[in-house]
Design a protein around this ligand. Structure first.
Ligand SMILES: Nc1nc2c(ncn2[C@@H]2O[C@H](COP(=O)(O)OP(=O)(O)OP(=O)(O)O)[C@@H](O)[C@H]2O)c(=O)[nH]1
Ligand SMILES: [Mg+2]
Length: 450
């Protein structure tokens, strides 16, 4: 990795500032001749200090920029690095980049700065993923999870599993190679392997939560016509997205929108009111509503509190009752006629609100927080990438094969093969055992300049 790369690290749009990043062994030799302080002197390339400089070449002024130098290995990439905070005009930035290219830099590929950080041991793959997650975060839960992962606790946990797998495998191999001299530590070995199985299982279980944080929670608002589903949708979004009217059967197509509830990204679908109807168009809407609600992670089942329960309301309660979904008794601002006891007998979670006035609606936010994010206090964060979770599952499968083999009295060299596979799979998650192709694939998902 001998060349020196540069790129604009900020978004390609006009802004007050734009940052150009340079990394590589020639960072200083390329950049310093182009920089002058206000008094005409060359800047001292003192690491970590920001210096206001003019960028000049051949008597031409390109920009005034605040330049920060970092010396290898104490930089993001582990190489010599400089960051130029230029004026954020696209033309200005491009002209400075062009100048740097003329003087010997190469334009960085997407993610190349982070890839260099990985290759120099500054960033493992979990934390690289966390950098992507942080940049792409659209909710507090995502932001928090990515920052927790950047702290490195999750990486350390997974690395520890990998290291222990390798150690135990080495012990096992010693026994295979020198059965007379080395004692087979059978019981200890088994209990250690089972502890690793538990550790992997905890990480895998956490990845479901990680995925939820990254991908968001699918919520479907369902209920009979006129219960106030569209009013609730609009109330949650904070603007009028769905048509509301006093005519039952208003919503037909499913209306979907994303918002945040309880700090979590949520995808909410407002659906057609569930009832028997002769109208063929409405029938289609009802069929779609039913299907969406059955597939959703969570249903908000809305009931009109101001009228007695109809048979159709009872069907909704039968279908979506239980402990997973939330019953929303709506229109709390009106005289209540609904049989609340019945609703409380069918659902574990119930809120009473007025979607129209907004009264009580914070309870939905709290419910999502309590059900889906309260546990997220796990300090090290959760794995969010599906492929990383799959590698852990793969690792656990091999580990379990090794355990089964040892329990059933197969020869230890079989178990050792399984442990080798298990370690390889787990090591791929942090990057301890990855191929070059995998590395390229991972870092190409980054944007240019990162
Ligand atoms: N007083 C009162 N009226 C409400 C409340 N929520 C909804 N409404 C009224 O109830 C009627 C139906 O509301 P919608 O939100 O369109 O009901 P919906 O469940 O989407 O109905 P469909 O789309 O026909 O299935 C409208 O006239 C709303 O203004 C509420 O909390 N209080
Ligand atoms: Mg509606």
């Amino acid at each position: 990795m001998s060349d020196t790369i540069c790129a604009v690290s900020t978004a390609p749009q006009t802004a007050a500032l734009g940052v150009i990043r340079i990394s590589g062994p020639q960072t200083f030799s390329i950049l310093l001749p182009l920089l002058k302080r206000k008094n005409g002197a060359a800047p001292e390339a003192e690491p970590g200090r920001a210096t206001l400089c003019r960028i000049e070449a051949d008597g031409e002024l390109y920009d005034e920029a605040v330049v920060t130098f970092y010396r290898a290995p104490r930089s993001y990439t582990g190489e010599d690095v400089a960051e130029l905070s230029c004026h954020g005009g696209l033309y200005v930035l491009q002209s400075v980049v062009r100048l740097l290219l003329q003087r010997g830099c190469r334009l960085a590929e997407p993610g190349e700065f982070s890839k260099r950080a990985f290759l120099s041991g500054k960033l493992d793959l979990i934390r690289a993923q966390a950098v992507i997650d942080l940049i792409e975060a659209t909710s507090r839960a995502e932001q928090k999870n990515a920052l927790s992962q950047l702290e490195g606790g999750l990486s350390r946990k997974i690395s520890a599993v990998y290291d222990r797998l390798v150690e135990l495998n080495t012990a096992l191999l010693a026994y295979v190679d020198f059965p007379e001299e080395v004692e087979m530590p059978e019981e200890d070995l088994l209990s250690e392997l089972r502890a690793l199985d538990d550790a992997l299982s905890a990480l895998i279980a956490g990845s479901d939560r990680g995925r939820l944080i990254r991908e968001g929670l699918e919520i479907v608002i369902a209920g009979t016509p006129n219960a106030g589903k569209s009013t609730l949708m609009n109330q949650l979004l904070g603007y009028d997205r769905s048509i509301v009217s006093a005519i039952p059967g208003t919503t037909r197509d499913t209306v979907t929108e994303s918002c945040r509830l309880g700090g979590l990204k949520c995808h909410i679908a407002d659906t057609a009111g569930l009832r028997d109807t002769d109208d063929p168009v409405e029938q289609q809407g009802v069929a779609i509503a039913q299907r969406r609600a059955m597939e959703a992670a969570v249903v908000f089942a809305v009931f009109d509190g101001s009228r007695p329960l109809s048979q159709e309301d009872r069907n909704v309660a039968e279908k979506f009752g239980g402990d997973r979904n939330l019953a929303v008794i709506n229109k709390a601002d009106l005289q209540q006629e609904i049989d609340k006891k019945y609703i409380y007998s069918k659902f574990k979670h119930i809120v009473e609100i007025s979607a129209k006035t907004g009264d009580g609606c914070e309870a939905l936010d709290q419910w999502v927080r309590q059900e889906f994010t309260a546990e997220d206090q796990r300090e090290e964060g959760f794995i969010t990438s599906i492929s990383q979770a799959q590698r852990l599952i793969e690792g656990r499968r091999h580990l379990r094969q090794a355990i089964d083999g040892l329990v059933q009295g197969f020869t230890p060299d079989m178990a050792s093969l399984d442990l080798t596979e298990a370690a390889a799979a787990v090591g791929e998650v942090t990057g301890q055992t990855v191929t070059e192709q995998m590395i390229d694939q991972i870092f190409s998902r980054f944007c240019v300049g990162k």
